[in-house]
Ligand binder design. Structure first.
Ligand SMILES: Nc1ncnc2c1ncn2[C@@H]1O[C@H](COP(=O)(O)OP(=O)(O)OP(=O)(O)O)[C@@H](O)[C@H]1O
Ligand SMILES: [Mg+2]
Length: 249
């Protein structure tokens, strides 16, 4: 379980997080919604401790992550998989080596064990034969899948997805959404999913939160967005969902 308690973060004069309190529950997929620039990526970066709060606390299984020593932080990060916005593959490495990278870095495995794990991860994202390809030979959807394989190779308990489907066509987006669900169902992975892709959000969410101007405007079932009487939530729903109902199936 990961918990943010009254987290404040500002950059210069810009107050990005304004006392956000939010608990991500084990095994649950939480979709984080909100317009561009509201601090969704900043929030995820606090969970990984790439950014630290000005005030407030981030707890992982009840422990304040700001108090972690370097080795504790490394152990903690091993339990997280992240697929960051625009996350690049290493262009000079083959797909196989991209996916093997976290294994080589964090675990002492034999080459046979590495091959087995990478092969399994690539099959899992439906790219069993892509290992010898170079990233430049891949389509956008394939790159996302390889990124996903690399993120999940250490069997993370928690996956952070920052706009996992951006730039993909609806069919490929839907396939990525299916993978997010499969990961949750098969391994009980907790998911923190930042997305503007409402069909993806509706598909994967156990719960949705809406961030606006550094505060949580909504926290509940994603289907409840439609019924909210809060004018800002209503506006968000109208502009992002209601006009495209055909995409929600
Ligand atoms: N390291 C940083 N230094 C200064 N400002 C930053 C930094 N990181 C983010 N910001 C600012 O914080 C605000 C929130 O950024 P963030 O990337 O979290 O937005 P977002 O909600 O993820 O938007 P998008 O949907 O476009 O990805 C933006 O105004 C951004 O410019
Ligand atoms: Mg972002």
């Amino acid at each position: 379980m990961i918990e943010l308690i009254r987290v404040f973060k500002r950059f210069g004069s810009l107050q990005v997080l304004n006392g956000v309190s939010l608990t991500f529950r084990k095994g649950e997929n939480t979709v984080i919604l909100g317009k561009s620039g509201t601090g969704k990526s900043v929030l995820l970066k606090h969970v990984v401790r790439i950014l630290e709060p000005d005030s407030g606390t981030v707890l992982a299984d009840g422990r304040d992550i700001s108090q972690f020593s370097d080795s504790e932080l490394m152990e903690y990060r091993k339990t997280l998989g992240f697929l960051f916005q625009g996350a690049a593959l290493y262009d000079s490495l083959s797909v196989f080596e991209n996916v093997a990278f976290p294994l080589r870095r964090h675990l002492k495995l034999t080459e046979t064990q590495i091959t087995d794990r990478v092969t399994e991860a690539l099959s899992w994202v439906s790219l069993p034969d892509a290992g010898s390809k170079m990233p430049s030979e891949l389509s956008g959807g394939m790159r996302k899948r390889v990124g996903l394989a690399r993120s999940l190779i250490l069997n993370p308990a928690v996956m952070l997805y920052d706009e996992p489907t951006t730039g993909l066509d609806p069919i490929t987006s839907n396939e990525i959404s299916d993978l997010i669900l499969k990961l949750q169902k098969q391994f009980g992975t907790t998911g923190l999913i930042v997305t503007h892709d409402m069909p993806c959000a509706f598909k994967v969410a156990d719960r949705a939160v809406l961030l606006s101007e550094g505060n949580l405007l909504y926290d509940g079932e994603i289907t409840g967005l439609e019924k909210s009487v809060d004018p800002l939530v209503h506006h968000f729903y109208q502009t992002s969902v209601a006009k495209r109902p055909e995409q929600l199936s």
